[in-house]
Ligand binder design. Structure first.
Ligand SMILES: NC(=O)c1ccc[n+]([C@@H]2O[C@H](COP(=O)([O-])OP(=O)(O)OC[C@H]3O[C@@H](n4cnc5c(N)ncnc54)[C@H](OP(=O)(O)O)[C@@H]3O)[C@@H](O)[C@H]2O)c1
Length: 255
């Protein structure tokens, strides 16, 4: 990579604030996101960062996965990923070949853990049958509005099978008019709607989340979603009473 990129200091604010989990993919900005991350993490203790990337579904053949991972590592300037994910289910490429490739990446030390994204519980179980390594994570669209992982039994499956469900878009689906039940929670916990939305996810067992922002104010706000736990009855109240719930993702449905 001959290109030098200047990363303004504010691009490291999340790291300086203690964020350690960085989620990217070979497809984000056509690989450029990984190059920017390399610049941002330069000088940080690699062992303290949990770096995640994903292979695009068009690259799920055995050799293509190995090559895609090599390219991601090169762009990221690191010799291993903490977690490597299949980005979406692809019915046109045998899942057994893809899982064999993930096993090989672990054997080679290029990847520490493996997982999938947007998989139904059936495809998650099938993927697990093809690998001797543990699938540790399924990254899916899940938040107060979009409940497909609940409706399709994926949340329960993950919990029962020791798999983390990593919820993407924790706040991106919040409506402009904040629903009454959410307002009540904001008052009770003295938190903002975004903080309640994020905390509703991570207060549930086996659920983690990924938050994205370009604004320092939003970053600071979202960090206020951590280090406290919502009461179980409030988690369940939001689960039941949050209005306009959708049964299926409007963006990437489970496949
Ligand atoms: N595996 C997959 O298929 C998949 C799909 C989608 C996403 N992901 C991963 O999940 C991460 C998060 O997903 P996402 O970006 O879709 O959802 P998100 O974190 O909910 O962010 C959505 C938008 O909400 C805004 N936002 C964040 N904090 C806010 C706050 N406190 N107040 C108001 N607005 C706020 C951000 O815009 P501002 O910049 O204006 O703050 C952001 O663009 C992504 O970065 C990606 O790594 C994975």
């Amino acid at each position: 990579m001959g290109k030098t990129i200047s990363v303004p200091t504010k691009k490291r604010t999340a790291l300086d604030a203690g964020v350690t989990h960085i989620d990217t993919a070979e497809s984000y900005a056509g690989g450029y996101a990984e190059i920017l991350i390399r610049e941002a993490i330069c000088g940080y203790d690699r062992s303290k960062i949990f770096l995640v990337s994903k292979v695009h579904q068009d690259n799920f053949e055995y050799v293509n996965i190995l090559n895609a991972c090599r390219r991601s590592l090169e762009r990221l300037g690191t010799d291993y990923l903490d977690l490597y994910l299949l980005h979406r289910y692809n019915k046109n490429i045998p899942l057994s070949d893809s899982m064999r490739a993930l096993d090989e990446l672990i054997r080679l030390g290029m990847v520490k853990n493996i997982g999938v994204c947007n998989f139904t519980k059936e495809h998650l179980a099938e993927a697990q049958c093809y690998t001797k390594n543990k699938i540790v994570c399924n990254q899916v669209h899940y938040n107060l509005s979009f409940r497909e992982p609940e409706r399709k039994g994926l949340v329960e499956y993950c919990r029962n099978n020791d798999v983390f469900l990593s919820a993407w878009r924790p706040v991106g689906n919040l409506p402009e008019d904040i629903p009454l039940v959410l307002k009540e929670m904001c008052d009770k916990y003295r938190k903002t709607p975004s903080q309640i939305s994020i905390n509703w996810l991570i207060s549930q067992s086996y659920i983690t989340t990924l938050s994205k922002t370009r604004h320092l104010g939003h970053l600071e706000e979202n960090l206020g979603a951590l280090d406290w736990i919502m009461d179980k009855e409030d988690i369940e109240r939001l689960r039941k009473e949050y209005p306009n719930q959708q049964d299926i993702s409007d963006d990437v449905p489970l496949g």
